[in-house]
Design a protein around this ligand. Sequence first.
Ligand SMILES: C[S@@+](CC[C@H](N)C(=O)[O-])C[C@H]1O[C@@H](n2cnc3c(N)ncnc32)[C@H](O)[C@@H]1O
Length: 263
Amino acid sequence: MAPKGDSVIVSSIKLEKILSMKGGKGELSYANNSKSQAEHARSMLPLLKETLDRVELSSPEAPFVVVDLGCSSGSNTIYIIDVIIKHMAKRYEALGYHPPQFAAFFSDLPSNDFNTLFQFLSPMANHSGSMEETVAADSHRSYFAAGVPGSFYRRLFPSRSIDVFHSAFSLHWLSQVPESVLDMKSAAYNKGRVFIHGANESTANAYKQQFQTDLASFLRSRAKELKKGGSMFLVCLGRTSVDPTDQSGLGLLLGDLHSGCLG
Ligand SMILES: C[S@@+](CC[C@H](N)C(=O)[O-])C[C@H]1O[C@@H](n2cnc3c(N)ncnc32)[C@H](O)[C@@H]1O
């Protein structure tokens, strides 16, 4: 940590270890304060399903692997993973195949409250029955689950191992505060504020550059990890105004990327 001006720069690695949504199940927890994200996610299900319809089905012998990046510690991630797996199972069945075994990875920064998240998971269905029975059993989980701690701005999975990536309301978190924004001698210095509403153009440019660098790292990593024929569905917060320093209105940006565009 190096002091600069009257601010303290926290390295991106340290930031990853301390940032998180509020864990647990208390009144102020993310688990109890993420209804609006859940509502937006539900309104986007038709688009998500369109994306899933374009995923290439691999051999039902191989596990089908789904990842939620920036899963946090509420039940939204479990709902979405369930939707994805049920939809994909139906696609296999419609072609006359037994659905494959499904695996879901819940990924977030190491500081995320994975313990609370795992408590929301229903028990795994009994695998001695058929996969159709397993997927149809509503009170049980039809997939193997695991948590993956780490930043989505770096590699998280082996090459060509993931069929579907999903990420919602997470990519607007940058890997770090741009250094110039904290430097009192820089034109981009933002006077210690944690928002850019009303800031100058240099500050806006510094954040824009950081976003571009981060997004490029995110896409480079996912391009390596996605299986051929796999897909990625991204939901990001955006602005409704063209002014990059206007934070008064929130909009949603959707992204649907296939392995062919990432390779
Ligand atoms: C608003 S929550 C979204 C949770 C969930 N996707 C939902 O829709 O309810 C944003 C999550 O992104 C995670 N996050 C932020 N930066 C991240 C990074 N670099 N790598 C992985 N997760 C990150 C945060 O820890 C947080 O849990």
